[in-house]
Design a protein around this ligand. Structure first.
Ligand code: ADP
Length: 593
């Protein structure tokens, strides 16, 4: 059924409608307000967007500008880099070229160095060979020159002792002996200098008894100096050690050179030898001064006198070699010291030697040869010693034979090494004097063979040689020799050597004026222990110990002390020993039986 629209009462009358209408109107108003607000917002957004767009546009153009600028810069940089790379390439090329050149140069240098090294080596070899032949030339020359000197000096010494000589002959002999000594001194100077130049000088350090050395020098020089009418003053400072360590022969040579010069070049006034200690920061030094009131040395000459062969004025008048000071300076240098001069022409000179000081206090000193006096025989009660002399030069063999037989040894001679070996077998000697250079078989070979034979171990073999070179000494000792005596020798050297190796005891003639007799009674009064200590020290030749015991005795008996001091000062040891043996201790005579 179709429903029919029914008439409605007026809408405005209908409260529902009215209410709906009002609601609608309200909603409408809301919508209008909303749409207005939205419109406003859209407008605001649009405005904002416009602003952003403007900004974007501005930024965009800024970016464009920046990009363009950057592009420009990149283009500039690229150009710069391209140029830099090009110049770098060029530089690398140049460097490579330089390196190649350097390489070539280095190769060349290496070749050059090799070449120069080879040249230097050959030069060094040649120099060594030259120095070697110079050394052996010197060794030969020294042998050739010293050997006849040995005979000249030895025989004139032996002849001097001949009582049948007339005064005139004695005078001639004196001249031969002095000229020989002078010639030997010259030979030694020239040899020393050559050895120094060949670098062959070495130090031979041992304890030195300074007191004895100075006394020796005093003994050797005083006569010459006072004979010229000059004073001679020897002054040792109180603090000077008695014993030092050093090369005695070289020190002695320096002192003798300086004093001989002072004597040679001084005609009035005097000469002083002073020894003292120079305190130094590290270690004290030994100071030696030789002062004279002689002719003096000009400043220009002062700077040259230490050169070899330099002499002021007419050298021929002075009988010198011009080597003394050069040798002295070399020796002082070698010892780690120095030598200098101060001088005023017409007034005098002062030579000063400074040497490093090494004390050797308390060391038992070997007794100086001269102090032992002349050997005049063998002490009785010893076995009969047989001595073999192996020497090709007749005059030298004869000299040794005379010395040996005079003392009482039984002697045989052999003219070469082979004959020496044969005679050793038959004669069975206790002691052999062996020359080094001989025909057929030399001394070294002969010594080796003897050492290998029965009894060859025990025999004492001593080389007599004119060779002055150290390494030859080593050869001799390693061949089995017990010792070496240098030519020219003094009889004292020969006997001291025999005493040392063989233990043989000699009777010696006293060197000084006869001593005051030892008070027998006084010696007898000494305590037995002190007598024994004294005798032992005397037999040991221990100067330091003897002096100590003499002082001890002196505190008990000053008179006896005085006598013993005098005797020991002149090395009259045998006299004291004899007196001790002759006088039994006082206590014994009562104790006995
Ligand atoms: P020699 O004395 O053998 O000639 P030296 O080398 O010992 O050689 O001395 C060289 C030179 O120095 C001497 O020739 C001398 O002219 C000079 N001379 C050395 N010592 C003195 C001195 N005490 N007084 C004056 N001149 C000296």
């Amino acid at each position: 059924m179709k429903r029919q629209a029914q008439p409605h009462p007026s809408d405005s009358d209908n409260p529902i409608i009215r209410m709906l209408q009002e609601e609608l109107a309200e909603t409408n108003r809301g919508l209008v307000a909303l749409s207005m607000e939205l419109e406003q917002r859209v407008e605001d957004r649009a405005a904002e967007l416009r602003i952003t767009q403007d900004e974007l546009q501005r930024t965009n153009s800024d970016l464009l500008m920046l990009t363009m600028e950057l592009e420009d810069r990149v283009a500039d940089r690229t150009e710069e880099l391209t140029t830099a790379i090009a110049s770098l390439r060029q530089e690398i090329a140049e460097r490579k070229k330089a390196e190649a050149a350097l390489e070539r140069y280095r190769d060349h240098l290496e070749d050059l160095v090799k070449e120069r090294t080879a040249e230097a080596e050959s030069a060094k070899w040649q120099a060594e060979a030259a120095s070697q032949s110079k050394s052996s030339f010197l060794a030969n020359m020294s042998h050739e020159l010293r050997t006849p000197m040995n005979a000249i000096l030895g025989f004139s010494g032996l002849l001097m002792g001949d009582e049948a000589l007339t005064e005139k002959q004695r005078g001639y002999l004196g001249i031969i002996s002095r000229s020989g000594q002078h010639l030997l001194a010259l030979i030694n100077d020239v040899l020393d200098m050559s050895k120094i130049e060949a670098g062959q000088i070495t130090l031979d350090n041992h304890p030195i008894n300074l007191t004895v050395l100075i006394q020796d020098i005093d003994d050797m020089m005083r006569g010459r100096i006072t004979d010229k009418g000059l004073h001679f003053l020897v002054d040792q400072s109180a603090g000077l050690p008695r014993h030092i360590l050093g090369d005695e022969a070289k020190l002695r040579q320096i002192l003798l050179n300086l004093l001989s010069n002072a004597c040679k070049f001084t005609h009035r006034g005097g000469i002083a030898l002073r020894l003292g200690i120079l305190p130094d920061v590290d270690a004290s030094k030994l100071l030696i001064e030789v002062e004279d009131t002689g002719i003096g040395i000009s400043p220009s000459a002062q700077s040259r006198i230490f050169e070899a062969f330099f002499q002021v004025g007419n050298a021929a008048n002075e009988r010198g070699t011009g080597l003394g000071l050069a040798i002295s300076r070399q020796f002082a240098d070698l010892m780690g010291g120095a030598i200098s001069v101060e001088s005023t022409p017409g007034k005098g000179s002062l030579f000063r030697v400074e040497l490093p000081l090494e004390c050797a206090e308390g060391t038992a000193m070997p007794l100086p040869l001269e102090a032992l006096g002349d050997v005049i025989g063998l002490e009785p009660g010893q076995e009969g010693y047989r001595v073999l002399i192996v020497e090709d030069r007749q005059e030298n063999a004869l000299l040794l034979q005379t010395l040996m037989e005079k003392i009482g040894f039984e002697v045989r001679l052999a003219g070469d090494g082979a004959a020496g070996v044969e005679l050793f077998r038959q004669f069975k000697p206790h002691f052999i004097w062996m020359d080094r250079r001989m025909p057929v078989m030399d001394g070294i070979e002969a010594t080796r063979r003897i050492r290998a034979m029965e009894g060859g171990e025990a025999v004492k073999i001593v080389a007599v040689t004119a060779s002055v070179f150290m390494e030859q000494r080593a050869d001799l000792l390693s061949a089995g020799m017990d010792g070496i005596v240098n030519k020219p020798f003094r009889p004292g050297d020969i006997f001291t050597c025999m005493a040392k190796h063989l233990g043989v005891r000699f009777i010696r003639r006293a060197t000084a004026a006869p001593p005051a007799p030892v008070g027998a009674a006084a010696l007898g009064g000494l305590p037995a222990e002190l007598r024994m200590k004294l005798e032992e020290a005397l037999l040991d030749l221990d100067t330091a110990r003897i002096a100590g015991i003499v002082e001890e005795i002196s505190s008990l008996d000053s008179e006896l002390g005085q006598i013993l001091r005098q005797l020991t000062k002149s090395y009259q040891y045998t006299a004291i020993i004899q007196a001790l043996e002759d006088t039994p201790p006082a206590g014994n005579s009562h104790d006995g039986e």
